[in-house]
Write a protein that binds this ligand. Sequence first.
Ligand SMILES: NC(=O)c1ccc[n+]([C@@H]2O[C@H](COP(=O)([O-])OP(=O)(O)OC[C@H]3O[C@@H](n4cnc5c(N)ncnc54)[C@H](O)[C@@H]3O)[C@@H](O)[C@H]2O)c1
Length: 354
Amino acid sequence: MISSNLNPKSQVLSPRRILVTGGAGFIGSNFILYMMEKYPDYEIVNLDTLTYAGNLENLKSVESNPNYSFVHGDICNTDDVKKAMTDCNWVVHFAAESHVDRSITGPAIFVKTNVIGTQVLLDVARELGIERFHHVSTDEVFGTLSLENKSELFTENTPYSPRSPYSASKAGSDHLVRAYIETYGLKATISNCTNNYGPYQFPEKVFPLFITNAMQDKPLPIYGSGKAVRDYLYVVDHCSAIDLILHKGKIGGTYCISGDSEKNGLEVADAILKALGKPEALKTFVEDRKGHDMRYAMDHTKITRELGWQPSVTFDEGIKKTVDWYLQNRSWWERIISKEYLDTNRAKSNKQKV
Ligand SMILES: NC(=O)c1ccc[n+]([C@@H]2O[C@H](COP(=O)([O-])OP(=O)(O)OC[C@H]3O[C@@H](n4cnc5c(N)ncnc54)[C@H](O)[C@@H]3O)[C@@H](O)[C@H]2O)c1
């Protein structure tokens, strides 16, 4: 079990004890499962406030593992963060409000969680002498690329130009992490990644929404013309990239992580319908997202060159793995799209409003 008699300021803990924020969410839970399998000696503390997007069911297979513990708490609350971070030597920060559409209808909670929450974590990390703080961010901070010039890609040197309340709040958090590196010498790293897909993703994001709708013969809502392009990264490839950055990444460094899989909305819908053997007639065009960015794509040369990482799962393989997972885990997604679950979470988010 996790010991509490270690002084994090004075010694390097072995085995390493890692605080994962937002570990009940999509990427966070995949990361915890990945790390606990790969490093059975590491201790993992999961700090999560369990918003509508947090689901402890994702972690059922590790909940009785003595090296895993859960702290129900808010990253914006210093006491909660201290409770979870004490005795940890590394932090991997996933917790965030993550859905662009929700940020358009209610930006305040995005600023609170993504900006203030990150600042609280950074302050406690400084105070406790954290040896590695990894901040997980998005390609959306860089703005949008044109559809015409396919050779244009975001890199670690692209200037920030966020265009939605979500990406602006993530950009704010990235800037804070950099400021703490420069001002206080915090031992931090940052990664900006493209759109993840895979198991345990809440069915409001495009992949699980399309898959679960198609499985129920419901329409697949495609924004505008369906031409907006995203790069898709299989979530386990994202986890392996963070693993490498934690162990070998340069302190103060930023790394762009992408899946080498640029697809537009129509292509994603077609691939999912084909994998499930469902008719094209389920594709339905809906009003475009406000300020919809037309293309995100990133160059992962730096992490490939410095750390030897590259995506291992192709889009076709990833589609198959993901569709199979949703087919095999119907009870997981049926529960979280049920009226009862959605009503409970609506009540939760009303309480959470800032
Ligand atoms: N999903 C993607 O495609 C993608 C792409 C690029 C970057 N990211 C970034 O990766 C991270 C994880 O994304 P995700 O898709 O897993 O998100 P998610 O919405 O699935 O999970 C977020 C988790 O954070 C928790 N959380 C929210 N507010 C909290 C708070 N105040 N205190 C503690 N916990 C809180 C939620 O309960 C949930 O478990 C985010 O920082 C996101 O910006 C995601």
